[in-house]
Design a protein around this ligand. Structure first.
Ligand code: FE2
Length: 349
C-alpha cells in the first residue's frame, strides 16, 4: 500500500469515526476541510453546508471563508447539476486567481453542500477519488444531522420521514424498501411473532438501507463489478445506518437488525461475520426478504429471476447463507401467494 493511499484511508477513517461517535457537525465538516487540503495537495479546503432552514455555513481556514458565498452562488447558477456530478472545476470572476475543484453534495431534494479544494495555480487534471470520498463523508454527516434534527421520537411519521430521505436517492430504492417490508412482515407473522416484534421488523425493513444515503450514485448504480475500494464503501452501509440511528432516541432497538441484515448463516457475511443463532432473528428475516427481492428484480448488474427460480436459490442456500428453518416457511408463503402451492403439495388433487 502506498504511503499516500494509507494516509487517505487513515484520514477517511478518522472522519467516519467522528460521524459514528456523534461529534458535532461543525467539528466534522472542519475536519473534512482540513483533510481536503491535505489529501488533494490543495492550498486550502473549504466545505459548504446548506441547512434546509438556516443560513449557509462555511468551514475552512479563516482566510478563505469569505469565498464561500461566491462559490455557492456559482454552484447554484450551474443547477441542475448532472447526477452524479463528479468533480467540477471553477474559477470565480471575483477572485480569478484561485482555481476550485468542487464536489457538489447532491440529494434528490437538491444541493446539500459542497467540498472544495482551492489552488493558487490550476492543478493537473486527473480523477480525484480522495475529493469524491471526502464528499461522501461530508454528505453522510450532513444527512445524519438533518435526520436527527427532524426526528425526536419513534413513530410512524418519523420512520416515514427517514424513509423518504432514503427514497430521495432513487425511486427503485423506494420500491425495494416497500417490497422488503411487505415480505419481512409477512414472514414474521407466518412464524407467529408478537405484534411488537412484527412492528420492529417493519420499521427495520423500511430503514434497512438508510446507511446508503452517503454512497455516491456512481458506485450505488454502477453496472459493472465494483473495485475493492467501492465494495468497502458499499459494505460499510449497515454500520453507517447504525451510526445514523444511534443518534435518534427510541431507535436503539432497530439497531441490531440494521447492523446485521447482511450477515450470513455460515458466518460469511458482514460487518461482524456472525453465524447461526448469533444473528438476531429479525436480521435473518430481513436477509431473506432483502435477497429475495434483489433476486427477482432487475438491477444495473443483473436480470431479475422468476419467483420460483429465486425460491429455488433460497432453498439451495438454506443453512449456508440463510436460516434453514425460515426458508421453507418463506418459500411456502411465496408459492401460496402465486397459487402454485397446491400443485406442489398435493400432486393428486
Ligand atoms: Fe443492505
Amino acid at each position: 500500500m502506498s504511503e499516500a493511499f494509507a494516509r487517505t484511508l487513515a484520514l477517511l477513517h478518522h472522519i467516519s469515526s467522528m460521524v459514528a461517535d456523534n461529534h458535532p457537525l461543525p467539528a466534522i465538516l472542519q475536519a473534512v476541510s482540513e483533510a481536503t487540503q491535505s489529501l488533494t495537495q490543495a492550498s486550502w479546503g473549504l466545505v459548504l453546508n446548506l441547512p434546509t432552514v438556516e443560513a449557509p455555513e462555511f468551514y475552512g481556514p479563516e482566510r478563505v471563508l469569505a469565498l464561500g458565498p461566491s462559490l455557492l452562488r456559482h454552484l447554484r447558477q450551474r443547477l441542475p447539476l448532472e447526477s452524479p456530478p463528479g468533480v467540477l472545476q471553477l474559477a470565480l470572476p471575483e477572485d480569478g486567481s484561485i482555481c476550485f475543484l468542487v464536489v457538489p453534495l447532491l440529494s434528490r431534494e437538491g444541493l446539500r453542500g459542497a467540498v472544495a479544494a482551492l489552488y493558487v495555480t490550476p492543478p493537473e487534471p486527473k480523477p480525484n477519488l480522495a475529493l469524491r470520498l471526502l464528499g461522501n463523508q461530508a454528505l453522510i454527516a450532513i444527512e445524519k444531522f438533518r435526520l436527527e434534527s427532524i426526528v425526536s421520537q419513534r413513530d410512524e411519521g418519523t420512520i416515514r420521514a427517514l424513509a423518504s430521505a432514503i427514497d430521495a436517492r432513487d425511486p427503485s430504492t423506494h420500491r425495494h424498501s416497500q417490497a422488503v417490508t411487505d415480505l419481512a412482515v409477512s414472514l414474521a407473522q407466518a412464524i407467529g411473532l408478537d405484534e411488537e416484534a412484527v412492528s420492529r421488523i417493519r420499521y427495520a425493513a423500511i430503514l434497512h438501507d438508510v446507511g446508503k444515503i452517503g454512497i455516491a450514485e456512481s458506485i450505488l448504480f454502477k453496472p459493472g463489478p465494483l473495485t475493492e475500494v467501492e465494495r468497502a464503501v458499499v459494505e460499510a452501509h449497515p454500520l453507517v445506518g447504525v451510526s445514523i440511528l444511534s443518534g435518534i432516541p427510541d431507535m436503539k432497538e432497530l439497531i441490531p437488525l440494521i447492523r446485521h441484515h447482511h450477515e450470513r448463516y455460515d458466518g460469511s457475511g458482514y460487518p461482524d461475520g456472525l453465524r447461526g443463532d448469533e444473528i438476531p432473528l429479525g436480521a435473518h428475516i430481513l436477509a431473506i426478504a432483502d435477497s429475495f427481492d434483489a433476486m427477482t428484480n432487475e438491477r444495473p448488474y443483473h436480470q431479475g429471476l422468476s419467483i420460483l427460480e429465486a425460491c429455488a436459490i433460497l432453498e439451495k442456500e438454506a443453512g449456508r447463507l440463510f436460516d434453514p428453518e425460515l426458508v421453507p416457511i418463506f418459500c411456502r408463503m411465496i408459492r401460496q401467494r402465486i397459487g402454485v402451492i397446491e400443485t406442489e403439495d398435493s400432486p393428486e388433487s
